[in-house]
Design a protein around this ligand. Structure first.
Ligand code: CTP
Length: 386
């Protein structure tokens, strides 16, 4: 699922944007309608909120909503000009300036307005900036003139939107399953055995895979960071949840990235209630959990790529990571040193070594988002070289 900002401006074609909104929602996208005051003369903002299944309410930072795509349909000559010049006088034009990512514009106006040199120049400015224009189409306008100016049909705008969301990028058409975070194994109703993983690295990988065009499913184990837009989220708080969901989703995945810190042991018995305090010691018996990555390594289908993480401490880590790469049947292992406080757990940066059957490569210290890019570069390389 991706988040789409749907800008609607004041033209008679605004009613057709209702259908576009419905189609985007039906495709499973999270649609945020941005209806200008001009558009409200034709359709109520409430209509779009209902179609987009958004709760009523005023969000003062609506224009700062992060999204994968901005669609402006219909786009009047006036808004087209404002987009070209970077004006920001309403929620939509403000959002357009704050948005980072693809933009799709479906102009709709009187044919004489569309053919005016000023509008042509504005459209060219937007095209040169990478904005995709769909339509306008030729036909009879609402006011009865013939010419080019009608908004493209909603299904055509939808096709263009889906192409922008999924159509480009080196991982397009690939399904990527990523686990992130750290599992928590319950001791009783309120206590658990857990670890310090925030999920940052796994989430950065999920976001980057999505950005590269993949369909991403994120197995989320107690994330301390926000989930990126456009990925399917499956909550897997415990090792058992992760094992079950990994099995359920792995069959269709082209790439499985096990970035989660999965508990190796869980309490043999978890109390359903909160254990009251007393003065005696509390001895715990821990039983081993299933190794999810190793199971995927043993049960994977042809052509599926497996990526594991090795959280190690100190010098001997490289040797242990090599051993894990072989033992767990993975194609790529990402080694990071969790004994350092400036990288790894809870840190914004990481420094890793990538291990494959054909060699090892150090990736210098960088923000986790960049490290995610380097890991996926390696994944793409492995996919290409079969
Ligand atoms: N992993 C897993 N299931 C587990 C434990 C680990 O899928 N029950 C995965 C992790 O997601 C990671 C990789 O295995 O990708 C390595 O995890 P790590 O804990 O470093 O390796 P272990 O096999 O647990 O080895 P050890 O703890 O002895 O170092």
């Amino acid at each position: 699922m991706s988040r789409v900002l749907l800008g609607v401006t004041g033209g008679i074609a605004a009613y057709k944007a209702c259908e576009l909104c419905r189609l985007l929602v039906r495709e499973g996208h999270d649609v945020v309608p941005l209806v200008t005051p001009g558009a409200e003369r034709f359709v109520a903002a409430e209509t779009f909120r209902a179609l987009a299944r958004r709760p009523p309410g005023d969000d003062v930072y609506l224009h700062l909503t992060r999204a994968d795509l901005l669609v402006v349909a219909p786009c009047t000559a006036n808004t087209l000009a404002k987009l070209a010049y970077g004006l920001a006088d309403n929620v939509l034009t403000e959002a357009a300036l704050a948005h980072r990512g693809p933009v799709l514009v479906a102009p709709a106006m009187n044919p004489r307005m569309w053919s005016h040199p000023a509008t042509r120049a504005n459209a060219e400015t937007l095209r040169a900036r990478g904005v995709v224009l769909v339509g306008p189409d030729e036909g009879e306008t609402a006011e009865g003139e013939l010419g080019v100016g009608r908004m493209a049909e909603p299904d055509e705008i939808l096709r263009a939107a889906l192409e922008l969301l999924h159509g480009s990028g080196p991982l397009r058409g690939k399904r990527v399953l990523v686990s992130a975070g750290g599992t928590r194994e319950p001791l009783d109703a309120v206590r658990y055995v857990g670890n310090r993983s925030s999920g940052w690295m796994g989430v950065a990988l999920a976001a980057e895979a999505r950005r590269r065009g993949a369909e991403v499913t994120l197995l989320a184990a107690n994330l301390a960071v926000p989930v990126p837009a456009g990925v399917e989220l499956v909550e897997t708080p415990t090792a058992a949840d992760l094992e079950r969901e990994a099995l359920a989703h792995a069959a269709e995945a082209d790439v499985v990235v096990m970035a989660a810190a999965v508990a190796d042991y869980r309490p043999a018995e978890a109390l359903a209630v909160k254990r009251p305090k007393d003065t005696a010691a509390w001895a715990l018996e821990l039983e081993p959990t299933a190794d999810v990555l190793a199971a995927r390594g043993a049960g994977r289908r042809d052509g599926q790529l497996l990526v594991g993480f090795a959280a190690e401490t100190g010098e001997a880590g490289l040797e242990r990571a090599r051993e894990k790469l072989a033992r767990k049947g993975a194609d790529l292992f990402v080694l990071n040193d969790v004994s350092r406080s400036d990288i790894g757990f809870d840190a914004a940066e990481n420094e890793v070594t990538l291990l494959t059957g054909s060699g090892e490569r150090a990736v210098a210290k960088a923000p986790k988002e960049e490290i995610a890019g380097a890991i996926l570069d390696e994944v793409e390389h492995l996919i290409r070289n079969g």
